[in-house]
Write a protein that binds this ligand. Structure first.
Ligand SMILES: C[S@@+](CC[C@H](N)C(=O)[O-])C[C@H]1O[C@@H](n2cnc3c(N)ncnc32)[C@H](O)[C@@H]1O
Length: 390
């Protein structure tokens, strides 16, 4: 009787190619205690061993480092020492903390480049702490990570979908809401404020990368409370502006844009069910698609395809998966963050391209940003052919 062929990727020994066998041999070597002892003792391999030990230790300890940062942000410690470096005792007094606890926090923060020792036993800003002082967005992000931290306490329950902790899901009210357009102001206020606080950096990256002024009319879909439009209005003052978001968020955008003196047409609704305003020759989706599952993304892209001008372009700006040098940000950080939030995933440019094509666009072209780790840009045009599935 003929044997059925083993499926591709099967671990059956006789189907392994030389490459797989070589890697298995390497795995056995690397896991062998004798080899590890020899590699540590042998001067040429010692630096490699040390680097790997350090990487592994950082992985084990990463959650502690995050909590050190969280403690500094909660106390507003960076702002305090930015104003004037101070001794540990002075800081302990100011923050009403035992000197011992303050010393522990300061020592930890110094080791992580958040703080730095100065003359006269005073403590000042370290390079990373200095980068945080005037960045309200990072500080707000760090503070809201308390929710994710709670959701991650049992990562296996999270992955199995059996976790009882739903802090992030409650925070992003639209993620699990059957009718997100019914969300009230208090359900959208925190996340909208967080998005606005963290928008400055994203907007400056996107505006530096893409020539907005070449367009007539921009519609920012899922535009939050308008912080992105506010920045675009400064860079391209002649561009007509429009924003679409959930009704309660749109209300916040109206107030914010009015106060900033930015003229924009703001519409509230559910972008999965309600039609989008027609006629924009530039539609932007800034940090929107990664929040949603593929079916919903397709629905949204089709709604945009139906409303965009035929000579228009769709600009997608968000952190993407498989970004060289930032792989853990897409796969680990966003992978787990969005799992806790209850929907969405970070997608690679080619995965986004497939969804774009299915919605009636071309597969898009990447535009270079200065910090791809935080945001990348994919720009697509309506495909000339008939729309797929419409
Ligand atoms: C992650 S925030 C990004 C906000 C903004 N683009 C930014 O980058 O700061 C996603 C936005 O999409 C909006 N949104 C989510 N689901 C929506 C829906 N079904 N209809 C309309 N807007 C929605 C949210 O209210 C939120 O403002």
């Amino acid at each position: 009787m003929a044997m059925a062929a083993a499926p591709e990727g099967s671990s059956a020994g006789n189907t392994l190619g030389w490459r797989d066998r070589a890697v298995l041999w390497r795995d056995r070597l690397l896991t062998s205690e004798t080899f590890q002892r020899l590699a540590t003792a042998f001067p040429p391999t010692r630096p490699i061993v040390r680097r790997r030990v350090r990487s592994l230790f950082d992985l084990c300890a990463g959650f502690v480092y995050s909590q050190v940062l969280y403690a500094c942000v909660k106390l507003r410690l960076f702002e305090e020492v930015a104003a004037a470096p101070a001794t540990v005792d002075e800081l302990a007094q100011r923050f009403d903390m035992p000197a011992d606890g303050m010393r522990r926090l300061v020592d930890a923060a110094i080791s992580l480049d958040l703080l730095e020792r100065r003359s006269g036993s005073r403590i000042g800003l370290g390079a990373l702490g200095a980068a945080m002082v005037n960045n309200a967005g990072i500080k707000a992000m760090v503070e809201h990570h308390a929710l994710l931290y709670a959701d991650l306490a049992d990562p296996l329950a999270l992955l199995r979908g059996t976790s009882q902790s739903r802090q992030l899901q409650d925070y992003w009210g639209y993620a699990a809401a059957g009718q997100p357009d019914g969300l009230a102001e208090d359900a959208v206020a925190s996340y909208s404020a967080l998005m606005a606080a963290s928008q400055a950096f994203i907007a400056s990256e996107v505006i530096a990368a893409y020539p907005f002024a070449r367009h007539r009319r921009l519609l920012d879909v899922g535009g939050g409370e308008g912080a992105f439009l506010q920045a675009v209005a400064l860079a391209a003052p002649r561009l007509q502006l429009g924003l679409f978001d959930l009704p309660a968020v749109a209300e916040r955008a109206r107030a914010r844009l009015k106060e900033a003196g930015v003229d924009a047409e703001v519409n509230g609704g559910d972008f999965f069910r309600d039609g989008l305003p027609a006629g924009a020759d530039l539609v932007s989706l800034v940090r929107v698609l990664h929040d949603h599952d593929d079916d919903d993304v397709l629905t949204l892209l089709r709604a945009i395809r139906a409303s965009i001008a035929e000579d228009g372009v769709l600009l997608i700006a968000e952190p993407m998966a498989e970004t060289r040098g930032a792989e853990p940000i897409g796969a680990a950080y966003f992978g787990f963050y969005l799992c806790a939030m209850g929907s969405g995933r970070a997608r690679s440019p080619s995965e986004l391209g497939e969804l774009l094509v299915a919605a009636g666009f071309d597969e898009g072209r990447m535009w270079r940003t200065r910090t791809p780790l935080l945001v990348r840009i994919l720009v697509a045009r309506p495909a000339a052919s008939r729309l797929d599935g419409m």
